[in-house]
Design a binder for this molecule. Structure first.
Ligand SMILES: [Zn+2]
Length: 392
């Protein structure tokens, strides 16, 4: 079944611009052997753009295929530059927005580190509750000031007091974002002054940079700054600001639950539909170009990918599904090292094992980490070239 109207603004003006059949449904599941990695559940990607609000979504997404359980791990905090980025967010929430000595709820808290750091920073009078079905770890942290609940945060959570709600990298996994936002809004019906912070990828950045490996099954709902504001407005929030963060790759939205529900501005999609069409025309050529580039790099020695997150999984599945060209994938997350890439079964290793395998080049999945990765290699005395899209 193909979704016929926009899940954000309900417009029927939606157009498919990207189709991929049989892609792995998960990019961040821990796979302990190559066989199970290759046998991962698959689904179809049918990305459509709404020409009214600019929202982009997978119109053939099937949520029943997804398993956000304990084997799901999308931890990024193993990277020093990502930790630095998180510190900046914490500073902004606590010092910049005055979230102190209050009760913080995190929707989709993952392994809980961000919430623990936030509550610790927000002062001794702060408390936190993290909701996530994939949470693993102790039930409480910071002497009981933080507690974790292994379930989704929904309308039935109104009894959990919240002065601030944080939700990072969750809404893009939700096929009906308005339903999710409506549940958050209802949970906050007794807290009209609560501050709400959401972070999600910016699809405009993906389209402008033609990052074809940033379209994958887990991300069924991708926003522009405008379509994100429309979604919040229609869900009864007052949007205070939406800005780009993390080198432009993410959107950071601040809102309050005291809005009356927004109207939809027609024809406010800007140049997003045009960018989507340009992307569609370029995509196959960009993939083929990488295939040729890897062939050329292989002359100097083996080639690896750097980054076993969603970007690396998508790249490997499209460029090297049979493991004929890429030797392995590097990741800083120790939970992923020693395991295998979903869909292809490439081994996932720490960077210091590259030299012993004869790897001479690593393809960077996220240029934000270039300086950090170059430093790691230099300090370890490893002569491995790093390449990325648009660079030599
Ligand atoms: Zn729309």
């Amino acid at each position: 079944m193909k979704q016929a109207s926009c899940p954000v603004c309900a417009s029927p003006a939606v157009h498919t611009f990207l189709q991929r059949k049989g892609v792995p449904v998960h990019q961040n599941l821990i796979m302990v052997d190559p066989e199970s990695a290759r046998q991962i559940a698959r689904g179809d990607l049918t990305m459509a753009v709404c020409t009214d609000c600019g929202f982009i979504f997978n119109r053939t997404f099937d949520p029943s295929l997804l398993r956000y359980g304990a084997a799901y791990d999308n931890t990024q905090t193993c990277s020093p530059s990502f930790r630095e980025y998180m510190d900046g967010l914490l500073r902004e929430i606590v010092e910049g927005r005055g979230v102190r000595n209050c009760c913080v709820v995190e929707v989709g808290c993952g392994k809980g580190q961000f919430l623990i750091d936030l509550v610790a920073r927000a002062g001794p009078g702060s408390m936190g509750v993290g909701f996530d079905p994939s949470y693993v770890g102790p039930d409480t942290a910071l002497d009981g000031r933080v507690r974790f609940e292994r379930r989704f945060y929904g309308a039935d959570c109104a009894d959990v007091p919240a002065d601030a709600v944080v939700c990072r990298h969750v809404i893009e996994h939700v096929p009906e974002p308005l339903e999710m936002l409506g549940n958050v809004r209802r949970a906050l019906r007794h807290a009209p002054d609560a501050r709400v912070f959401f972070e999600t990828p910016c699809v405009e950045w993906i389209l402008r940079h033609q990052v074809w490996w940033d379209f994958f099954y887990e991300h069924c709902s991708l926003f522009t700054a405008h379509s994100l504001a429309v979604a919040f407005g229609r869900s009864g929030f007052r949007v205070e600001r939406v800005r780009h963060v993390f080198g432009g790759q993410y959107l950071w939205l601040e809102a309050r639950p005291d809005g009356q529900g927004g109207h939809v501005e027609r024809d406010a999609a800007g140049d997003i539909p045009g960018l989507a069409q340009q992307f569609a025309r370029a995509e196959e050529g960009l993939r083929d170009e990488w295939g040729r580039r890897i062939e050329a790099l292989k002359v100097q020695g083996k080639v690896a990918l750097w980054g076993a997150g969603a970007k690396g999984v998508t790249f490997a599945n499209l460029v090297d599904p049979d493991r004929a060209h890429l030797d392995c994938v590097v990741d800083m997350n120790p939970n992923k090292q020693g395991n295998y890439l979903p869909g292809t079964g490439h081994p996932i290793l720490p960077f210091w094992r590259l030299a012993e395998r004869g790897v001479r080049t690593a393809i960077l999945m996220n240029p934000n980490y270039r300086a950090e990765n170059e430093r790691l290699l230099r300090e370890a005395g490893l002569d491995i070239a790093l390449v990325a899209q648009g660079t030599s």
